[in-house]
Ligand binder design. Structure first.
Ligand code: NAD
Length: 733
């Protein structure tokens, strides 16, 4: 069984078909590459072959590279992993360059054999880089196919010639959304952008490819960059227009990434330096920068969390082994901000939804939220009128609990008040089928406590969404003490249906995400109380790759919510409550009516439209700025450690049972420095001994909240890492 096969017909057209056995999507492995290389050699050498069609035996062309290839290339070079990577990457370049030059005479550029890529569907990553080296790319008109180079999203960049070829094909400006943002397009849009050359009816794909091969002339085979007098579209760096592009791109990338993503910087360098030299030298430069990125621990951690582990969680890595629990009819209680969002994502995924609120008007308002989102989607050309009608038809808005009678899952999103929640739980269970699962979207109330209102606590579970529901990709599933496997499987199957990423945690105060987010916000507020310049706090957070500074974050989630949570936490913890210094600031802000963005007044000032205009100048009147300011690294360490140590405690206490969930959840749930791969990956990068040293120093200076957890200390003593000790394969070994 091989990944690539070739068959030559009577006209001398060799069709090389990519069809990896036993997989639904083609991915390129090292053996696959060797097979393709040998088949191209054979086709070029065989006088009976006049041209080649490269296509796929599956509905899609290819999903990209098998990311284990990177590890293999590193290992193969023993003590010189960078050498192994560079040599491995240059072998990819060698194969693609062979396809591109196709045996033509180097001087006259004549006598080459036409090679066409025929893409039946999706072509991503190296699945597009190989076609870019072919002489023509023809795609089937398949609107659900995705064409593009998404590497940057997992911390690398297109490093098998895709960067150099796309920039030379489209020009640096036009190529930038595809390279720097990983933008994907359907075939028609990819054609309009100039990435692919032709789109044809799916049943015409191979016929058209044959026709092109049979009609191709020598000139059709010469890539623009191999022809005399080639000029880069839009201008190379020392062309006046090109100069502006390059200066602008640099500023834009630094502005967006704050310089913490090695891949974005390396990509820009490869593009800039590559633009100044001949094509083959540009490929070598691309390979060097790609090696540089692959050697950076950040890219390895990002690939692990954002690609491998995220996918494993989505595929049910922690799902109990019970039968399929696909949701058919969902009940949503409370049609407020969260309930309306949950109803919308479920209906969009094809699930029938009953959306209930206390009054018909409130329920209708919740459904109108969905209509608003669909209208926005239509304006952007992402939603058709038919899709809008379909989604809305799936949502029944009502105040009548009897409508829940056929639901197999209910998600409750009423007010954050245990009494209200208990009341709706009882009302729903009175009409629900006996085997239905009841879930609560509470953000702060323990699940085990809420389950007391249920007559079937084994079927009671937490399904915690993040706001805004339609955008946030994480869903935190929380098991109460009595929650059973069926409920967990139901929650996981529901999350799979709505195409989000689940983590499964045990019940404890604030579960996992809020347990880490709240100390982060509090640390920012605490610094304000200490007289640290608020701008230093906010910028330090952004400069280390956190999406929002803590003061902006609390403005977004609202100061009064912070006050409410503080009061409830204090009541529950009594004398052990550690955050009085934070509360003084929060309560003073609330008393002054500065409730955050919704009040157009918070730690930030806002204009009439609610746009932030800068930090509120009055902060200094309440909490004067100290003469001595901490340095940037100190502020950053405080904000990162207060989160990462909390994540370690969550693991130590058994709230988290899988560090992969801790890392993926932190990135998707609250944007914890994606460049780091998550808090556990970050602590592994620092190494446990250094992490303990920093924690000890912070604890001495700022208090016990920075005390290193016992687990971390033990790991430092034993020289262990989190992934070494807790990764699923490490545990199995
Ligand atoms: P919200 O105030 O916008 O919505 C609550 C809705 O519940 C209102 O429409 C209200 O009319 C309705 N409701 C109240 N009593 C009811 C009853 N007896 N029967 C039916 N409907 C009733 O609140 P929200 O922000 O959507 O939050 C809802 C839940 O989600 C809370 O438990 C909250 O903690 C949790 N949550 C909120 C967020 C967030 O960012 N807002 C995030 C995660 C979880």
């Amino acid at each position: 069984m091989t990944d690539f096969t070739s068959a030559t017909d009577a006209d001398g057209i060799a069709t090389i078909t990519w069809d990896v056995p036993g997989k639904s999507m083609n991915v390129l492995s090292l053996t696959g590459m060797a097979e393709l290389d040998a088949l191209i050699d054979a086709a070029l050498a065989d006088p009976a072959v006049r041209g080649v069609i490269l296509t796929s035996g599956k509905k899609d062309f290819a999903g990209g590279m098998d990311l284990n290839v990177i590890a293999k290339m590193k290992e193969s070079a023993g003590a010189e992993p960078a050498r192994g990577l560079f040599d491995g990457i240059m072998r990819f370049h060698g194969l693609e360059r062979k396809i591109e030059l196709a045996g033509m005479d180097p001087k006259t550029k004549k006598g080459g054999k036409p090679i066409v890529a025929a893409l039946p569907g999706t072509a991503l990553g190296i699945g597009l880089e190989i076609p870019l080296s072919c002489h023509r790319i023809i795609a089937a008109d398949n609107p659900t196919a995705r064409i593009g180079l998404p590497e940057i999203l997992v911390g690398i960049f297109p490093g098998a010639g895709g960067t150099t070829r796309l920039v030379r094909k489209l020009g640096p400006m036009a190529a930038s959304p595809f390279l720097l943002e990983g933008k994907l397009s359907d075939p028609k849009k990819a054609q309009a952008a100039g990435i692919i050359d032709e789109v044809v009816a799916p049943d015409q794909l191979l016929a058209r490819a044959r026709e092109w091969v049979l009609g191709a002339t020598d000139a059709d085979l010469v890539k623009p960059w191999d022809a005399k007098g080639y000029k880069m579209p839009g201008g190379a760096p020392y062309h006046p227009a090109g100069f502006m592009t390059f200066v602008g791109a640099s500023a834009m990338v630094m502005g967006k990434t704050m310089g913490v993503y090695p891949a974005a910087r390396a990509l820009l360098s490869a593009v800039y330096e590559g633009a100044l030299v001949p094509f083959d030298t540009a490929l070598r430069i691309e390979a060097r920068w790609f090696t540089h990125v692959l050697m950076n621990p950040s890219s390895a951690a990002m690939i692990r969390s954002l690609f491998i582990n995220k996918e494993a969680l989505e595929k049910g890595a922690n799902r109990p082994g019970v039968a399929d629990q696909t949701v058919r009819r969902l009940g949503v209680l409370g049609a407020g901000m969260m309930g309306a969002g949950i109803a919308h994502v479920a209906a969009s995924a094809g699930i029938e939804v009953v959306l209930i609120d206390a009054t018909q008007e409130a329920a209708d308002r919740g459904k109108a939220h969905s209509e608003g989102l669909l209208d926005k989607g239509m304006k952007r050309g992402k939603v058709t009128a038919a899709k809008k009608a379909e989604v809305l038809a799936r949502i029944t808005a009502t105040a009548d609990y009897a409508a829940l009678s056929g639901a197999d899952l209910v998600v409750e999103a009423v007010f954050e008040d245990p009494r209200v929640k208990a009341e709706v739980t009882a009302r729903a269970e009175a009409v629900l089928p006996a085997d239905a699962i009841f879930a609560t979207n509470t953000s702060t109330l323990p699940i085990t406590g809420l389950a007391k209102a249920s007559t079937r606590p084994d079927r009671f579970i937490g399904i915690h969404f993040f706001s805004p529901v339609d955008k946030m990709m994480l869903v935190e599933i929380i098991k109460g003490v009595e929650t059973g496997d069926l409920a967990v499987a139901k929650a996981l199957d529901f999350v799979r249906q709505i195409r989000k990423t689940p983590i499964v945690v045990n019940d404890a105060r604030f579960f996992y995400a809020n347990r880490c987010i709240i100390p982060y916000i509090n640390e920012g507020i605490r610094m304000v109380a200490e007289g640290v310049e608020p701008a230093l706090v906010e910028n330090a957070a952004k400069l280390v790759g956190l999406p929002l500074g803590p003061l902006q974050l609390v403005d977004e989630t609202s100061i009064d919510l912070g006050v409410k949570i503080a009061r409830a936490t204090k009541a529950a913890m009594g004398d052990a409550y550690p955050d009085s210094a934070v509360d003084q600031v929060l309560f003073a802000m609330a008393d002054a009516g500065r409730l955050g963005r919704k009040a157009h007044a918070g730690f930030y000032a806002y204009d009439d439209k609610g746009q932030r205009t800068g930090l509120w100048e009055g902060i200094a009147d309440h909490w004067p700025v100290a003469a001595d300011q901490p340095d940037l690294a100190e502020v950053q360490h405080r904000m990162l450690f207060v989160q990462a140590l909390e994540a370690v405690r969550a693991l130590e206490e058994g709230v988290l049972t899988d560090i992969r969930e801790g890392d993926v959840g932190a990135i998707l749930g609250w944007g914890f420095c994606p460049w780091s791969g998550g808090p556990f990956s970050w602590l592994d990068m620092l190494g446990a001994p250094r992490a303990v040293e920093i924690a000890d120093r912070l604890a001495a200076a700022h208090g016990a909240r920075f005390a290193a957890p016992r687990l971390l200390r033990e790991m430092a003593e034993r020289g262990e890492s989190f992934y070494g000790r807790f990764a699923p394969d490490a545990r199995a070994a």
